[in-house]
Design a protein around this ligand. Structure first.
Ligand code: ZN
Length: 311
């Protein structure tokens, strides 16, 4: 409603346009000039606790949080596999059985293209139903994101308290605002798997009817495709949890005024060579890739308390 009035005024009234433009400019300037670093109240508390040399007590310390626990990936993987099984592969297997049966018992008086169309329709129906089921899935994905958020917040706050010696209220508005975006990305990734698999299935069926391949061969091909669906579900789960954790870490840190971090790898043999090189390096949160960003990366970032934050 308000944005409707805003748009109307901006479109039709040059004076209103100027006023809104100057308000926008003012807001932007205010945002840009917002001082970084610890709030004054926190500095006063720190000085009261440690005396005038309080900065020396804290400078150079790092905000350590645990590597993202495997249980989040495992739980998310379970959720996605269950969704694909109940709303996708189970139905595909059922239709595939019918196809294979029809091929085996095909009679000459049934036209192949009619049969083919029937199966096409079945695949389309599966796709549509899976779309409806996505509403439920969205709730589950949101819940997953929220649980990871709670975990990260707890660990981050704990580490802050350990480093500073006092609890600091975190402004996590930006972290919370990012959660729906992550949910949407995940829904799209899942949708993409279906968009990729359905045409593949259709072309296999066409091939089966037109070139008369053996039923057992078709069965094998379809199994491969449904297996691929599971593989993708697992990949999404393992990749996305690490990504979200990394994003939360960056956002929490930079919102507090922590601009740099030390790259930490899990130290095992699965760490990619490039990240092994980065291990221990101090980097800026706003430059280059961050831990967790690259596919299935399990690295972590340890934010550094520097003078910019303390002064
Ligand atoms: Zn990594």
């Amino acid at each position: 409603m308000l944005s409707g009035i805003y748009n109307y005024l901006v479109k039709n009234n040059p004076e209103a346009r100027n006023i809104f433009a100057s308000i926008d400019k003012y807001n932007q300037q205010r945002k840009d000039s917002k001082p970084k670093g610890l709030p004054l109240g926190v500095k006063i508390l720190l000085e009261a606790k440690y005396g005038s040399k309080w900065r020396d007590k804290i400078r150079g310390k790092t905000i350590k949080i645990p590597f993202v626990p495997k249980k989040f990936e495992i739980e998310y993987e379970k959720v996605l596999l269950k969704y694909f099984k109940n709303h996708f592969t189970k139905q595909i297997n059922k239709v595939s059985k019918e196809i294979i049966n029809d091929i085996k018992t095909r009679q000459d008086d049934i036209r192949a293209d009619m049969m083919e169309q029937r199966f096409y329709d079945s695949f389309d129906r599966i796709e549509k139903e899976a779309n409806y089921a996505e509403l439920g899935l969205e709730i589950i994905i949101t819940h997953t994101a929220r649980k990871l958020y709670d975990y990260h917040k707890e660990k981050f706050s704990y580490s802050i308290k350990k480093v500073f010696g006092i609890a600091i209220q975190l402004n996590d508005e930006n972290v919370i605002n990012n959660l729906p975006k992550w949910t949407k990305t995940n829904l799209n990734l899942i949708k993409n798997v279906r968009h990729e698999v359905i045409p593949k299935l259709k072309s296999q069926v066409t091939n089966a009817f037109q070139n008369g391949i053996r039923a057992s061969e078709l069965q094998e091909q379809i199994q491969k495709i449904t297996g691929y669906t599971e593989y993708r579900a697992k990949l999404i789960a393992r990749d996305q949890i690490g990504k979200l954790y990394g994003q939360m870490n960056r956002q929490c840190s930079t919102d507090l005024g922590l601009e740099s971090y030390i790259w930490r790898t899990s130290g095992d043999e699965r760490v990619r060579p490039r990240h092994r090189q980065l291990d221990g390096e101090t980097r800026r949160w706003d430059e280059g890739i961050i831990p967790g960003e690259e596919i299935r990366c399990r690295c972590n970032g340890e934010s550094v308390v520097d003078d910019k934050l303390l002064y």
